[in-house]
Ligand binder design. Structure first.
Ligand code: DAH
Length: 352
């Protein structure tokens, strides 16, 4: 004989009530817990299926069944929330106990490595070429005594370069060096000839326009020995041009004046921007249609400089030159506008 419907419903509810707890305990993740709950309370769930049989139960039993169903629902909901919280806690604990994320690990994406600025690249290459010719690097300060920057180099006290307009003076009569020629004085007063030095460094002038920056770079080079002549100077410059700008790069010396050399000259190299295959140049905007670009000043060290530095000018002679690193970089790398070197636009810098 089969069980009356309402008794069957009640025992089904009781069976569900006895088992849902362990079913929830068996769910390890939030998703499986939600799935389990839906299987019990969802529209197509087990309790719904049980209650569908209610229509066949005697009306006086329905209230009791309804109450049983409500109690079960409440218990299922409460147990669900409890289990959900437990799962959340366990996940957080697992996170906390996991090996900590190592912030020092290298990234997976390949980061673009930086590199030296083109001014530094040019400076280093200049230094490398001159070192290969036998010159040693000499260092010196950027804040310099007036004496070393001007006076001992033969600048008269009223020379326009010493003017407030042209130089950055400090309050105590020192000056931001206006050129690396100060190293000539420093080397000559501390070393006995023969010697050959180069001095790369930063220099400052009160200049700021399309072709001048208030801060720029120079490399000084000088050689003092017995019987040093203009030919030695020219030979070193030609060799430098060959090694730095490429074999066969033409140079020319134009007479010019600097207080610390006699004779003095400015040196041009053949313009690379309008150079034809045979080495001749058509002339262009960069070289102002001349086919030549000036890169440095040079000359034979003035006897007065030797005297100021305690070196006998009857015995010793020497040459010196000082080149602008930015100018040389522009020529070497074919940079159409010197200002690009100071703007630090990554699209420009990435090309070096
Ligand atoms: N000091 C000069 C300048 O800043 C450049 C220069 C000229 C350096 C002649 C020298 C030299 O050594 O002999 O413009």
């Amino acid at each position: 004989m089969s069980m009356p419907v309402h008794t069957a419903i009640e025992s089904a509810i009781a069976a569900l009530r006895a088992t849902f707890g362990s079913r929830f305990e068996g769910a390890d993740t939030e998703q499986s817990l939600r799935d389990e709950k839906a299987k019990i309370l969802g529209k197509k769930g087990e309790l719904t299926a049980i209650l569908k049989q209610m229509g066949a139960a005697p009306p006086e039993t329905r209230r009791v069944i309804g109450e049983l169903a409500n109690v079960l629902k409440g218990e299922v909901e409460a147990a669900f929330e409890q289990r959900l919280a437990a799962i959340g806690r366990r996940e957080r604990e697992a996170e906390l106990n996991a090996t900590p994320f190592d912030l020092t690990l290298p990234g997976r994406a390949l980061a673009r490595a930086g590199h030296a600025h083109p001014i530094s690249i040019a400076r280093d290459e200049i230094v490398e070429v001159l070192e290969s010719l036998g010159f040693a690097v000499h260092d010196g300060p950027e804040v310099e005594l007036e004496e070393n920057n001007f006076t001992k180099l033969g600048f008269p006290p009223d020379h326009p370069a010493t003017d407030m307009q042209d130089s950055f003076w400090t309050t105590d009569g020192t000056v931001l060096r206006t050129h690396t020629s100060n190293i000539q004085v420093r080397a000559m007063t501390t070393h006995k000839p023969p010697f050959g030095f180069i001095a790369p460094g930063v220099v400052y002038r009160r200049d700021d326009d399309a072709t001048h920056s208030p801060m720029f770079h120079q490399v000084e080079c000088f050689l003092v020995d017995e019987h040093v002549t203009l030919s030695h100077l020219k030979g070193v410059l030609a060799e430098f041009a060959d090694r730095f700008f490429g074999a066969g790069t033409p140079i020319r010396l134009r007479p010019s004046y600097f207080p610390f050399v006699e004779p003095g000259a400015e040196v041009d190299v053949g313009c690379p921007f309008c150079r034809r295959a045979d080495g001749s140049r058509t002339g262009c905007g960069v070289c102002k249609r001349t086919g030549w670009i000036e890169i440095l000043g040079c000359g034979m060290i003035h006897p007065v400089v030797f005297e100021h530095c305690g070196i006998d000018p009857e015995r010793w002679t020497g040459f010196a030159f000082g080149m602008g690193v930015e100018r040389v970089a522009v020529v070497r790398y074919g940079i159409p506008d010197m200002r690009l070197l100071f703007e630090n636009d990554p699209r420009f810098l990435a090309q070096f």
